[in-house]
Design a protein around this ligand. Structure first.
Ligand SMILES: Nc1ncnc2c1ncn2[C@@H]1O[C@H](COP(=O)(O)OP(=O)(O)OP(=O)(O)O)[C@@H](O)[C@H]1O
Length: 284
C-alpha cells in the first residue's frame, strides 16, 4: 500500500514564543515495498519527518495515509498501538533501550507488547535471533554482556519480530565500522526483499547509492526534492549548494574524468565505477 503525505505541517511548541517550524507543506507519495532514503543537512527535519510515519509526532496540519491508517492533528491515541504494530521504528542507538533479562526475552517483548501470546512471541524471537545474525549461544545470555554491535542486533530483532509493514530507521548503522555497517544494512535490504517498505535516515551517501531506490531530500523543514538516487546525485554543484555530499564512487569518477576517462553515467557505486573504468581501458 502506498504511503501518502498531504500538505503536512508541523510546529514544535506551537502558540508559544518558542514555536519552531519542523515541517512545512510536505507532500509526497511512496511506493509500496520501496527502500527510501531521507537525507538533508543537520536540522533539516529528517527525524521530525520520520516520527510522523508512526504518529510519534502528529501533524499540526495535513494528513498522512499509511498502512490503512490516516493520521492528522485530530488522531486519537486509541488507534496508535495498531498503527505502531504496522509501522515499526528503530531509533538511533537502539541498544540503549534493552532491558530484559535474556536476549530472547528482549526480542520477544515487541510482539508480546502487540498482543502475541508468550509461546508464539518466543518462537518469533528465536526466528529473528537467527535472521539478524546472532548465534543460538547468546539466546539465554543477558543482553548487557554482549558487544555493542550484538546489542544493536538484539534491539533491531525486537522491532522486526513484530514484522511491521513499514520499517523506520534513524541512522541505524551510526558508529559501526564498515563491516558492521554492511552487515546491518543487509538485514534491512533482506527485510525489503521480503516485501516490506524501508525508510532510512542517513548522512551516508554511499548507503543512499547502494540501497535506496527513492530519496527524499529535506531542507529547513521543506521537501526540496523527491527522486531516484541517480537524479539526486546528478548535479554536483546543486549538491554542494545544499550542503550534501556525493557518493564516494562519484567522487572518484570526477577525478578520473579530469584525467580523460569518459563515464556514460555517474558511477554511484564501486561496481559501476569499476565497470566503466574497464570499458575506458578496453577502448584504450
Ligand atoms: N523537541 C524540539 N523542540 C523544538 N525544536 C526542535 C525539537 N526537535 C527538533 N527541533 C528543531 O526542528 C528542526 C528539525 O530537527 P530534526 O531533528 O528533525 O532535524 P534532522 O534533520 O533530523 O537533524 P540531524 O541531522 O541533526 O539529526 C531543527 O531546527 C531542530 O532544532
Amino acid at each position: 500500500m502506498e504511503i501518502k503525505f498531504e500538505h503536512v505541517d508541523f510546529t514544535y511548541a506551537p502558540n508559544t514564543p518558542m514555536a519552531k517550524k519542523g515541517l512545512q507543506d510536505v507532500s509526497f507519495t511512496l511506493k509500496e515495498n520501496s527502500f527510501v532514503a531521507v537525507i538533508g543537512h543537520t536540522g533539516s527535519g529528517k527525524s521530525t519527518l520520520l516520527q510522523h510515519f508512526n504518529a510519534l509526532l502528529k501533524p499540526t496540519a495535513g494528513t498522512i495515509r499509511i498502512a490503512g491508517f490516516e493520521i492528522n492533528k485530530d488522531t486519537t491515541n486509541k488507534s496508535l498501538k495498531a498503527l505502531r504494530k504496522q509501522v515499526g521504528m528503530v531509533f538511533q542507538f537502539p541498544e540503549n533501550q534493552l532491558f530484559e533479562e535474556t536476549v530472547l526475552r528482549d526480542i520477544a517483548f515487541g510482539p508480546k507488547n502487540f498482543g502475541v501470546l508468550e509461546k508464539e512471541a518466543m518462537q518469533l524471537a528465536q526466528t529473528w535471533l537467527e535472521r539478524v545474525g546472532l548465534s543460538e549461544e547468546v539466546a539465554e545470555q543477558t543482553p548487557f554482556d554482549l558487544s555493542g554491535g550484538q546489542m544493536r542486533r538484539v534491539a533491531i530483532a525486537g522491532v522486526l519480530a513484530s514484522e511491521p509493514d513499514v520499517l523506520l530507521l534513524d541512522e541505524p548503522a551510526a558508529g559501526l565500522d564498515p563491516r558492521g555497517r554492511f552487515e546491518m544494512m543487509k538485514i534491512f535490504t533482506d527485510y525489503q526483499a521480503a516485501g516490506h517498505t524501508v525508510i532510512l535516515i542517513t548522512h551516508n551517501m554511499d548507503d543512499v547509492a547502494y540501497y535506496a531506490d527513492d530519496v527524499l531530500v529535506l531542507e529547513k523543514g521543506e521537501l526540496l526534492l523527491h527522486d531516484t538516487p541517480e537524479r539526486v546525485f546528478a548535479d554536483r554543484d546543486w549538491l554542494t549548494a545544499h550542503h550534501l555530499d556525493e557518493p564516494t564512487a562519484s567522487n572518484y569518477g570526477r577525478v578520473l574524468s579530469r584525467r580523460g576517462f569518459e563515464f556514460s553515467k555517474n558511477p554511484l557505486t564501486l561496481t559501476s565505477l569499476t565497470q566503466q573504468i574497464v570499458q575506458n581501458l578496453d577502448k584504450g
